[in-house]
Design a protein around this ligand. Structure first.
Ligand code: 5AD
Ligand code: FES
Length: 337
């Protein structure tokens, strides 16, 4: 294991079967070494800075039916909401006052957010806060749509690939969705000049160690600007309600590996990681993550954006959420920037 880890740290690359071995044969010693190398790498590039991105959950209405997701179309127990363009802009304004320089607009694939409507929101935020970055996380759209939104000023786009294995992808999604379209979106976003984020869930149903190795190889090849990974957590109103959740240990282990594959990648310690463990996000940062995403959504909708059970940060105001994270980071020796 030590040889594999040293090879990874030196060459930033392993073969598919080497990644698989690294995952399958993991033990405390390997995790410790990976964590040490990953945090050293991170410190060299980013010092003790942790980047913040303000997350605004703009709609939980979704035309898709991903089997793992709490806001899937078939979930009739989900109380639906959508923010108005004015409310979204107000969230960004509030975030700006709190010191945020990046806003992530995330939502289900809600037809209300046509190019015109979403593009208008992006334009408005960019004109009020020209030096801020606007990131979209609004799912699969056409090339023309991505192009238009880019022209409206969107800088970045997050679209998790979810799994780099075609067969596994099919087990997590309805037939109406396809692995090829997902990959088409990621490729086109990159071609259109977006900074692109991909990512996957750790411990999703049917996931094998081989699948995770494929995710790592995909990240090595694709070189996303950002990579969002968090544990899968079952949602009570989905077909995967009885599936087991991913673990903090494996998620942190993979965060360390990804840091070594791609030293300068932006790697969030996700809300899902903070949900399965009281100090999950801190553990993520101490494993090589360097981004956190406080919630800037209006408090009255937060509980409704429930992708998985028991999601954290649903009760606090934006300022409280920022301060909470800032204190948590300071406690482990990091500063929010
Ligand atoms: N557990 C963990 N993460 C989830 N996501 C969706 N549903 C769940 C779940 N049950 C993740 C997906 C999606 C992102 C916005 O949230 O990876 O891309
Ligand atoms: Fe959101 Fe603690 S980080 S409440």
């Amino acid at each position: 294991m030590k040889e594999l880890i040293d090879k990874l740290a030196a060459s930033h690359s392993l073969s598919l079967s080497e990644y698989e071995t690294l995952i399958r044969d993991r033990d405390d010693e390997a995790a410790k070494l990976l964590r040490k190398l990953a945090t050293q790498t991170c410190r060299k590039i980013f010092g003790n800075s942790v980047y913040v991105r303000g997350l605004i959950e703009i709609t939980n209405i979704c035309r898709n039916d991903c089997l793992y997701c709490g806001i899937r179309r078939s979930n009739t127990n989900c109380e639906r909401y959508r923010l108005t363009p004015a409310e979204i802009v107000a969230c960004a304004d509030e975030g700006y006052e709190l010191g945020f320089k990046t806003f992530v607009l995330q939502g289900g694939e809600d037809p209300f957010f046509s190019d015109e409507v979403l593009g208008g929101v992006v334009r408005e935020i960019k004109s009020r806060h020209p030096y801020c970055a606007v990131t979209l996380s609004m799912g699969e759209r056409s090339r023309e749509s991505y192009k238009f939104l880019r022209a409206c000023g969107a800088d970045r786009y997050l679209l998790r690939h979810e799994t780099a294995d075609r067969e596994h992808y099919a087990k997590l999604h309805p037939e109406s969705m396809s692995f090829d379209n997902r990959m088409r979106c990621l490729r086109e976003l990159r071609e259109l000049g977006y900074q692109v984020g991909c990512g996957f869930m750790v411990g999703s149903p049917f996931q094998t160690e081989r699948n995770l190795a494929q995710d790592l190889k995909f990240i090595e090849d694709f070189k996303p600007d950002m990579c969002g990974i968090g544990p899968f957590i079952p949602h009570k109103d989905t077909p995967f309600r009885d599936a087991t959740a991913g673990t903090v240990g494996l998620t942190c282990y993979l965060l360390s590996i990804i840091r070594l594959i791609y030293p300068s990648v932006l790697l969030p310690a996700t809300t899902a990681l903070g949900t399965i463990h009281p100090t999950g996000r801190e553990l993520g940062i101490m494993s090589g993550a360097n981004v956190v995403m406080p919630n800037l959504s209006p408090v009255n909708v937060r509980k409704k954006y429930e992708l998985y059970d028991n999601k954290i940060c649903t009760g606090e105001e934006s300022a409280q959420c920022r301060d909470c994270l800032s204190n948590r980071m300071r406690k482990i020796g990091y500063e929010l920037v």
